[in-house]
Design a protein around this ligand. Structure first.
Ligand SMILES: Nc1ncnc2c1ncn2[C@@H]1O[C@H](COP(=O)(O)OP(=O)(O)OP(=O)(O)O)[C@@H](O)[C@H]1O
Length: 295
């Protein structure tokens, strides 16, 4: 992939705690020294789709840098799926699941180099009840944690630890029927993960066979409930025990909740309670700038 000639920087001004003006200034300086044309768009959370589509059509950038959290990255990815361009990610804020899975640098200067670099990776998307998912979505336990953390008053590490305990105290098992392109089965579950990627933003691996560019996703069903193991899993200090999970591979699937509605989240965004999830892979949906795997 050649180095970019026209770059659009989309930046969420409220994401993370980093100095956004400094980030924009750094990229402006690089644009002057490396000779690429630059446009900057700051999201407003309301009219972004229309505004970005207009810039894409008029300016036709060959690279779009997205600076924000997972929420921003998913929203912009949903627009860029209709364009032939490369996405460079500049993760801001706390746990960035997609960036962790792609092995992107946490240092912002190194991150800019990678986002503007020549190495790229094709990324499958997942369509989940009409929402675009890029890395890990789930029903049950972790979705409850996402909900509790969003509703909780304490931010950061301590707020997260508090909500892990709260979540486990509320936790319950649920029954589902899972139909994929190759099998149908019914089971009781504590959490069902729909995985394109391998790990959560905390770094905990829940889908060891996940490959974000293989045209498939995995459904990981954990049936066993062990308080300590689940606390460690949610806190990101252990991996999912292969003894207590079933993993099936699919290109499309339907998960029906048989006795109650179940909480659902996509890439860290809580989407409420659902009776069913319809999932479908969207193969090679996006091209993302990544570090050189050889170095
Ligand atoms: N200028 C703005 N003012 C207020 N809200 C905005 C603005 N720009 C974008 N947003 C909103 O910010 C949200 C996305 O924020 P962000 O990128 O931090 O995602 P996130 O879900 O918080 O990510 P993470 O979970 O990784 O922290 C979206 O809901 C979007 O509508």
């Amino acid at each position: 992939m050649p180095f970019p000639k026209k770059v659009l920087l989309v930046i969420n001004p409220i994401a993370g705690t980093e100095d956004k003006d400094e980030l924009i200034e750094n990229i402006r300086e690089m644009s002057a020294s490396r000779g690429f044309a630059l446009e900057v768009y700051k999201t407003d959370g309301e009219n972004d789709r229309k505004a970005i589509e207009k810039i894409m059509d008029d300016f036709q950038p060959d690279r779009v840098l997205v600076a924000g959290g997972d929420g921003t990255i998913n929203q912009i990815a949903d627009i860029l799926r209709d364009y032939d361009t490369v996405m460079g990610l500049l993760p801001l804020g706390s746990a960035n699941g997609l960036a962790t899975n792609l092995g992107l640098p946490t240092d912002i200067e190194e991150g800019i180099e990678v986002a503007l670099g020549e190495h790229t990776f094709c990324l499958d998307g997942l369509l989940l009840n009409g929402h675009l998912g890029l890395h890990l979505s789930d029903l049950g336990l972790n979705a409850r944690l996402v909900k509790n953390y969003e509703e909780g008053s304490v931010r950061g590490k301590w707020g997260y630890a508090k909500e892990v305990i709260h979540t486990l105290s509320e936790h319950e098992l649920f029954r589902v029927r899972i139909t994929t392109d190759t099998e149908t089965y019914e089971t009781e579950a504590t959490i069902i993960i729909i995985g394109n990627a391998t790990m959560y933003g905390t770094g905990v691996v829940v889908n060891p066979g996940g490959d974000m560019c293989d045209g498939h996703f995995e459904i990981i069903t954990a049936t066993h409930f062990d308080f300590i193991e689940l606390a460690k899993l949610l806190a990101g200090s252990t991996e999912l025990d292969p003894e207590v999970v079933k993993i099936s591979r699919a290109t499309r699937a339907e998960i029906e909740c048989l006795d109650q509605k179940v909480l659902f989240q996509v890439d860290g965004e809580f989407l409420g309670s659902v009776n069913r999830v319809k999932a479908q892979v969207l193969p090679a949906l996006l091209t993302i700038a990544v570090p050189d795997r050889e170095s």
